[in-house]
Design a protein around this ligand. Structure first.
Ligand SMILES: Cc1cc2nc3c(=O)[nH]c(=O)nc-3n(C[C@H](O)[C@H](O)[C@H](O)COP(=O)(O)OP(=O)(O)OC[C@H]3O[C@@H](n4cnc5c(N)ncnc54)[C@H](O)[C@@H]3O)c2cc1C
Length: 305
């Protein structure tokens, strides 16, 4: 059991701007809009305060979970007993210099793509429409429409599990299909530097608009979801496998395989995380039974079970 009062005392006595919320409803922090409460959710407002907070958490060996925009998360209905550290809009400053953008991890990757366009910088068009934070996008090596973070990332500033601030070059990060070193070593991403190219402002805007329209046509953006639920298995398209298993529009409770895109599960209004998890298990079992293919989740499942 985390001694919450002790953590709150630390925040109040040592940090000036860091916000904290007790018994915080995680529905407000996930794009699926499901999940139970976090006992304590903390939002640091500067890298300096983040480092102080984390050094305290490491020293006290308090369990914690870092989140960004919660757009790749399923939080259990019982909620989260670890401290939740949200890196969001309070850590989202950016600086554009020549052909690079350096940005704090809490900015949304879509906002960074828009900022790049304003400065006639090309390379992040693919990311416009991905609803995650910069930190989450690096952690997942997010990608779309033939683009991925790996192609544009120069380096990141991380806080290591030893409490050190360190620059890691993109080449060190083992960025692959929805994977990175950060998923293994526990680094917390605080900043990222993207290396872009000079381009034509209108052409960049045009490409972003075209990709947004493609998304709107093919994805159920009108309902809460976490994007693609499963990773793409080598040699297959996940959506097609699910469709061929006759699971399009299949529903458990309020969770439904999207009739628009079978690779998405949507919350039709009153889904619980258990509904979503049961639907995931059902899809995995059916696809395995019919085609012998194991579907691995891309979304990350967190909280108390
Ligand atoms: C409608 C929709 C469309 C989507 N389309 C795409 C798409 O086209 N391509 C794609 O790749 N993804 C897509 N996604 C999934 C999601 O947006 C990405 O995976 C995104 O990168 C997750 O970022 P996040 O900030 O929301 O991370 P979260 O969901 O908050 O967290 C995801 C993981 O990252 C870790 N993490 C988050 N921030 C940090 C940090 N600063 N340091 C260390 N670890 C951190 C968390 O611990 C967690 O394990 C989509 C999602 C939705 C809802």
């Amino acid at each position: 059991m985390v001694d919450l009062q002790k953590v709150i005392d630390f925040i109040e006595n040592n940090l000036n701007d860091t916000m904290y919320y007790r018994n915080e409803d995680m529905k407000k922090h996930t794009t699926f809009k499901t999940g139970g409460p976090a006992d304590l959710l903390i939002e640091p407002c500067s890298i300096n305060e983040m480092q102080k907070l984390m050094c305290y958490i490491f020293a006290e060996e308090i369990p914690y979970l870092v989140i960004g925009q919660g757009s790749n998360l399923i939080v259990s209905d019982k909620g989260i007993r670890e401290l939740v550290i949200k890196i969001g809009k309070n850590l989202s400053q950016s600086v554009v210099k020549n052909e690079s953008i350096e940005v704090e991890a809490g900015a949304t990757i879509t906002d960074v793509a828009k900022e790049a366009q304003k400065h006639s910088l090309s390379g992040l068009e693919f990311a416009c429409g991905i609803p995650g934070s910069v930190g989450g996008a690096v952690f997942m090596n997010a990608g779309a429409y033939d683009g991925e973070i790996k192609n544009v990332l120069e380096e990141v500033l991380v806080l290591t599990v030893d409490g050190d601030l360190l620059i890691r070059k993109a080449e060190e990060l083992q960025l692959g299909y929805r994977t990175s070193l950060v998923q293994k070593n526990g680094d917390i991403i605080l900043k990222a530097k993207f290396k872009l190219q000079k381009g034509n402002k209108d052409e960049i805007a045009h490409k972003m608009k075209e990709l947004t329209q493609r998304r709107e046509r093919s994805q159920p953006l009108e309902l809460p979801s976490a994007g693609s639920i499963f990773k793409r298995p080598a040699g297959y398209y996940t959506g097609k496998l699910i469709e061929d298993a006759n699971l399009k529009a299949y529903q458990i409770g309020g969770a439904q395989v999207s009739p628009k895109h079978a690779g998405f599960i949507v919350n039709t209004g009153n889904a619980t995380s258990s509904d979503i998890l049961n639907l995931i298990k059902h899809i995995q079992a059916e696809v395995k039974k019919r085609f012998g293919v194991e579907l691995e989740t891309e979304v990350r499942i967190v909280g108390e079970f």
